[in-house]
Every structure is written in C-alpha cells, then in structure tokens.
Design a protein around this ligand. Sequence first.
Ligand code: ZN
Length: 436
Amino acid sequence: MINNSAVLKLGLLVIAMFGLSKFSQASETKILRFDKIIDGTGIALQAKDIAIRNGVIISVGTDLDRSINAEVVEFDGLTAMPGIIDAHTHITYGLPSTPKGDAWAELGQATREQRYSASILNAMLTLRTGVTTVRDLNADQNLDFELRDAINSGEVIGPRIFASGPGIHPFNDPPPEGVEEASADFLRIAAQKRIDAGADWIKIFGTTGSASDLTSKAYYSPTAIAAAAEAAKAAGKRITVHSYGPEAVDAAIKAGVTSLDHPVGISDTHIAAMREKGIIYVPTVDHNRYYAQHASEYGYTPIIQQNLHAFVERNIMTVRAAHQAGVTIAMGSDAVMSGFGENTCELKAFLAAGMSNVEAIQSATINGAKLLGKEQELGRIGEGFAADIIGVRGDPTINIDAIISGVTVVLKDGSIVVDNRDKAGAINKPDCGALY
Ligand SMILES: [Zn+2]
C-alpha cells in the first residue's frame, strides 16, 4: 500500500493545480442548464436541462425547474455531452516529470510510489480531456487495481477505471524452463490469477508490437488463447486481444473475445467475422502519431518516426475498411506518460478514416459503453444513466475540436471535478499534430 498522507498531499496539490471546486452534495437534486445537449448517439436533444440526484440522471427536459423543486446550475455557452470513454489507456505508466530522452528506461527505474503518484496525476489529466471512464489494459504490480479502488472510494479524483492488471504476456508470465510456448493450461491459470486479483478484464498480448516495435509476431497458440478466454467468461469477465497485425486475429475471433486492440492490415474476412460476431475494434491509431511527435522523450530516431507515421497511415486504411463494413469501433487512445491530455486526438484519426462527426462521437460514448457492457449506465444523457457529463465550447457535431480542446466542465457521478467556467474556458488544448 502507498502512504496515505502522501496521496492526500498529492490530491490537494492536484486540486490546487487544476482549480477543482469542492465536491457538491451529490444527494441533493440539481438541475444543470446547458445551451444545448448532444447525446451519445450524436443527436442534439430538444432539451437544455439535466436533473441529477445521487450521481444519476433523473430527468432530461426543458425548464425542469417548473416540475422539479431544485437548484438550477447554469452552464452558459456550453454544450453538454456524456463523459467520454477511452477504451484503451495505460494510466499507471507515469513519471514524476516529462521523460528526459529514454522514457521506457526511466519508467523501469521509477519506484512504485513514484508511479502511483504519477498515476494520480494522469487520472486528473484524463478527466480534463473530458474522459470520465477508461479501460486500462496492462499495469505493473496491480497498480491499476489500487488506483481504481482509491477512485471508487473517493480517496482519489479520477475517471472510473475498468482494469486488467498485468496483461498476459511472455514477459509477465514466463513459461517454465525448457518450454517454448505456453500451453492452454498455462494461459488458463494466468487468466485465473488476474481474476482472483480483481481484474475486470483479461487482456492477452496476442502478438509483439508496441511503441517503436511495429512487428506482429504471435505469442500464443489459438488453443491457449481460447483457454484464457474460457476462464475469463466462466468468471463473467470480458477479454481483449492485442494484435498489432492480423497474426492473432483468427485466434481471437475463434475465442469469442469482446474486442480486438490495434490490428492493422486485417483481411476482409476478418472484418466480416468481426462484424458478424459483434467484436469491437479499438484501433488506437493516434498513439503512434504521439510517439513520433514526442520522439525526443523516447530517444526515437528519424527513421523510427517515419515508420511510426507510415504505420498510422496503414492503420487509418484498416479503420476505413472496418468502418465501411459496419464494424463497431470504440475510441481508445493507448495513452502513456506525456500522452495523457491527448486522449481524444484519436477522434481526428477517425475523421481521417471517413467517419462523420456523429460517428466519431458514438465511438467515444455509446460504443465504449457497449464494449464495457455498460450501455444502460454510461455513454448517454438520459434518465437512469450515470451523471458523467461534460460541458464543451462549440458543437462537436460540426467541429470535433469542441471535444478535443473545448472541455470546460466535467462532472463525474454528479460531482464537478473540472470547472474552468470562470477562467479562459478549456485548459486542455492538446497539440494533436499531423497524423502522417
Ligand atoms: Zn496499449
């Protein structure tokens, strides 16, 4: 466990840095009045008021104060949207400061306490982007479980986290000596270990490929992946497979995963099967733009930068094909380290792949909720949904920058966790750079 007073001190520092208002009384009914409301479906509602109580939306309409006796809180000039869902983060990959040129080595040297503190900061930076829910897919030492639980208990301010713990990977689960490839039993046990430790999701690294390594070599046999998936399903957990190229896609589809993360260059047959089985595609296009743009923090050469940009271009082509074929796509940033704050740049990649603004909004709201199996609780502005609401400047159905650099207010579970109405509006204005 991390020293509590250190966490509290950091929490206060975060509050001072980001100008958080005190948590409002969640048990009181409040009416939030916006200029406009855009639902997770991308549709502009014929309503301006959202009534909330105990962290839940109880009514959506106009002039709700005529029927509900409650304080009206004005959000002048802002468009309300559901809190954004980021379907792929690494919130515990954090350093005390910006990486100095060898980010991965620096991360390896950071102590558990340093990493936990950086995670708390990442959590706040994530909220500032309008992201109120993340699926976090790989963390050392179960730090993600600790952060998730601290956020759920109110000790730390951050997005709701669905966590996988350490992903199943030969590095995290070295096969016994003399054994070349993990058996089905080995992977079943590996999955069970995560479930017992508190995982919400089981993540399998089906292939190589990460950061400057753009290869996609399969790590596991289809039988082994199927065995891990069986264990996950038996425990009521969802499963996702990391496949940088097509190499683990067949195995994942056969195993009945909920989602596939990253894959580039998959075939039309793969795409058709994903659509047919409702497997959600989380393309994580923009993170390779991030690595190229932040090359100096990682020590990446100009050649690596070029390769990253070329990979982005191919990734966009795959997204275009999957989108045209009707595959459900969820927005996942794959944010690490200084990437927190750039989470929603991914939306630009989706527009580049041919999505409309409305479809891009859906990828970051209702599709993320579907991925998590929370389509009755998250991703929409409607009665019975969590009061995870953001206020943005502008209309994201016309200009997606309203989300990327216009988030001015963030409510999570009905409490204001980011509020910059009195300042110059949005404070998070990421430089999303050029995709390729
Ligand atoms: Zn990742």
